[in-house]
Design a protein around this ligand. Structure first.
Ligand code: PAF
Length: 280
């Protein structure tokens, strides 16, 4: 069995461990996560390994990106098994701070982000991107990686983080990696664990609907009609849809043309909210 990666709880310890490597000229990649690692996260780690000499994975369930009543308390926390999984992927270290390390008493800074953060998720979770932007800025400044890898499953988040890095001159290249899917097409997510058997069956409708909509656009169908049909299918299969939208793939505004755009969806089955997206 491989050795477990070293775990750093404090920013100072992590920086001290990285300093000699940086001095040797080694490049560093960061994969930020909230833990409960699955094959999707591990594909981000593999991508990070291709892009840099050493890989740090952060595990932190960030309270600032959950609103009261959301699943912060119940979010799966599986550090021991996460470390076992990472041991198989040659990770240099895991940064797993507690909430006090990230947000000590008196913490008073929040990053407010607009542009690609407007609409979609923000219409339904208005607190979300400020929480993500704040924690990701902190993680990037703690590690100062050459590159950081994020999943395209959270596509709006990826665009928001690219905007953040650009606007703050963060010296890190932000890289997106493709969504990893179950055999039936469901995008992998730590929240899939919440689904019961019936909901799990229903959940495949999300990726099926995205594929159908993309194909219809390729066949020249009109977006208004395509969207109407998609919403009807999601409703019939038991989803309550928050949004099903066609957006420009970069700035996430209204696209001039379906080509180079992305369809993004968020919908709830039972208590579980799933998101997914597809390139058109
Ligand atoms: O995508 C996630 O897991 C989280 O939003 C992130 C980027 C780790 C920030 O907490």
């Amino acid at each position: 069995m491989r050795n477990l990666p070293d775990v750093y709880r404090g920013v100072d310890d992590l920086r001290a461990a990285l300093l000699p490597l940086r001095r040797e000229g080694k490049t560093i990649a960061l994969v930020p996560t909230m833990g409960a690692l699955h094959a999707g996260h591990l594909s981000l780690v593999e991508k990070a390994r291709e892009l840099a000499d050493i890989v740090i994975v952060s595990i932190f369930v960030n309270p600032k990106q959950f609103a009261p009543g959301e699943d912060f308390e119940s979010y799966p926390r599986t550090e021991a098994s996460d470390l076992q999984k990472l041991a198989e992927h040659d990770v240099f270290g895991v940064f797993a701070p507690n909430a006090k390390e990230m947000y000590p008493n008196g913490f008073a800074t929040s990053i407010q982000i607009e542009g690609p953060a407007l609409g979609l998720e923000t219409d339904h979770r208005p607190h979300f991107f400020n929480g993500v932007a704040t924690v990701v800025a902190k993680l990037l400044l703690a590690v100062l990686p050459d590159v950081a890898v994020f999943g395209e499953k959270d596509y709006q988040q990826l665009r928001v983080i690219k905007q953040l890095a650009r606007d703050l001159h963060l010296p890190t290249q932000i890289v997106g990696a493709p969504t990893v899917r179950e055999d039936d097409g469901l995008a992998m997510s730590s929240r899939n664990e919440y689904l019961d058997d019936k909901e799990r069956e229903t959940a495949i409708t999300i990726s099926q609907t995205l594929n159908t909509a993309r194909n219809a656009l390729h066949n020249g169908e009109n977006w208004i009609e395509v969207r109407k049909k998609a919403l009807a299918v999601l409703k019939l299969s038991g989803f309550a849809t928050d949004y099903f939208e066609l957006r420009h793939a970069k700035h996430l505004g209204t696209p001039v043309d379906a080509k180079g755009s992305r369809i993004l969806v968020a919908a709830k089955v039972g208590e579980t909210r799933l998101i997914d997206n597809i390139e058109v």
